[in-house]
Design a binder for this molecule. Structure first.
Ligand code: ARG
Length: 444
């Protein structure tokens, strides 16, 4: 059913015609993005179907042809991508397969479109989905922290500053501090999803098209919130990719801080918590070892995640408007960012869900006779002593070797009862449960 030359590696790239001969295989290997962007195939198919339906509605192509192209694209979406396909990118592969199926009818698909608006659209559709599914994974981790707090939250531990014992707090208060940090990440991920929610289709290579396109109709068909306002910006803009990469990097920073505490708390020196065997690892040589490798990997991958964000910003900073091929490099970083975070969220959810605490050791650390020093000084303030004087008095007693058994850690916590304070941590539990729900809620 094919007539005329086909695009694709065998018969030349989509842009064959102007340039003589084929691309040198070395250059094709160097420049092809197929190995990375093949993952956009279902999104590019959806965008191409919306584009073609619009071309049919607008009378740019016969509606029968539009219907045939939409159907063939649906079949292409279900076909695997050959590992050895040598197309320049996923967009070329799809058009090659379309033309192989439909011949001249398939050659109508690209009217009024460029790969520049095409790739931006597919990438945005993917990013919107990715942010949505990361939100679900993030909610699960929050739910695990909230459940852990509900179960063991009354245990007391010394909170730290400078990693020196500071003041007693309930475990629930501490765990929910991590959950609140993740709540801000949820808001960032939702914002990244909204940033992606714009359709660039219709911007063409950079300046739109003389054909009677309907970009708003295409945006609506793709369930994207709006259509672009400026065609040059539409094909040059990768802010949505940076927003997503940043939301992921920030989440990774929070996971890394949580991971660092898992490393500390499960050490023999602290002995406050043990990991479930399902998430712990052993040593090939030392039979006694039970290691928190997963928390260390999260900590390590956070560094890589920061690097990917930095790389993406550096990729963009010198680019003149509008599209430049440099932009092809954006996807590998963002795909890896999202994959790494999704794995880290799922693993940390398991790790938190399986934690067992040693409340006796935690309490012993919380009641070392020093963590209530501030409370002792504040008792003097209540009796009328100026705080600076009370501070000096208590410091002097400590220097002379005195230790305090009153108030107890529990009394000290109970006395700090303001909003957001350790003595009221259960109020936060209810607030977070309302936000997180069963683990699948949208940020409000
Ligand atoms: N593979 C390319 C990318 O990801 C698609 C756009 C190519 N456009 C072009 N003008 N060469 O950016």
């Amino acid at each position: 059913m094919t007539d005329g030359p086909e695009p694709g590696a065998a018969d030349g790239p989509l842009w064959a015609g102007r340039l003589e001969g084929g691309l040198d295989p070395v250059v094709l290997r160097f420049s092809s993005s197929l190995a990375v962007d093949r993952r956009l195939l279902p999104y590019d198919v959806r965008a191409s179907q919306a584009h073609v339906r619009m071309l049919g509605r607008q009378g740019v192509i016969p509606t029968d042809d539009a219907d045939a192209i939409v159907a063939a694209l649906g079949e292409i979406a279900r076909e695997p991508v050959d590992g050895d396909a040598t197309d320049e990118d996923v967009h070329s592969l799809i058009e090659r397969r379309l033309v192989a199926r439909l011949g001249d009818v398939g050659r109508r698909v690209h009217a009024g479109r460029s790969r520049n608006d095409q790739v931006a659209t597919a990438f945005r559709l993917w990013a919107k989905d990715a942010a949505g599914s990361l939100l679900v994974s993030l909610r699960r981790l929050q739910a695990a922290l909230v459940a852990c707090a509900r179960e063991d939250g009354e245990l007391l531990l010394p909170g730290f500053t400078h990693l020196q014992r500071a003041q007693p707090i309930p475990l629930g208060h501490h765990l929910l501090a991590h959950a609140w940090a993740l709540e801000r990440d949820a808001v960032r991920l939702a914002a990244a999803r909204d940033a992606a929610d714009v359709s660039p289709l219709g911007a063409g290579a950079l300046a739109g098209s003389s054909l009677p396109l309907d970009p708003e109709g295409v945006a609506a068909d793709l369930d994207l919130g709006s259509s672009f306002r400026n065609s040059v910006d539409a094909v040059a803009d990768r802010d949505f990719a940076c927003d997503l990469a940043y939301a992921c990097a920030m989440t990774f920073v929070h996971l890394s801080r949580l991971g660092e505490e898992l490393v500390l708390w499960t050490s023999s020196e602290f002995g406050w918590a043990t990991l479930d065997d399902r998430v712990a690892t052993g040593s090939s040589m030392m039979p006694q070892k039970k290691n928190p490798d997963v928390a260390e990997l999260v900590r390590g991958r956070a560094g890589t995640a920061i690097g990917r964000l930095t790389g993406l910003l550096a990729l963009l900073k010198g680019l003149p408007l509008a599209y430049n091929r440099d932009l092809q490099e954006d996807k590998e970083a963002v795909f890896a960012q999202v994959d790494a975070l999704d794995g880290a969220l799922a693993t940390m959810t398991l790790a938190v869900g399986g934690l067992r605490f040693d409340g006796v050791r935690m309490l012993a650390a919380a009641e070392d006779g020093l963590t209530v020093a501030t409370d002792v000084a504040e008792a003097l303030v209540r009796a009328g002593v100026p705080f600076r004087e009370a501070h000096a008095q208590v410091a002097g007693r400590i220097a002379r070797g005195e230790r305090f058994s009153s108030p107890s850690a529990a009394e000290a916590v109970a006395a700090r009862r303001g909003r957001g304070m350790p003595g009221r941590w259960r109020d936060q539990l209810a607030d977070l449960e309302a936000l997180v729900g069963s683990g699948a809620r949208e940020p409000t």
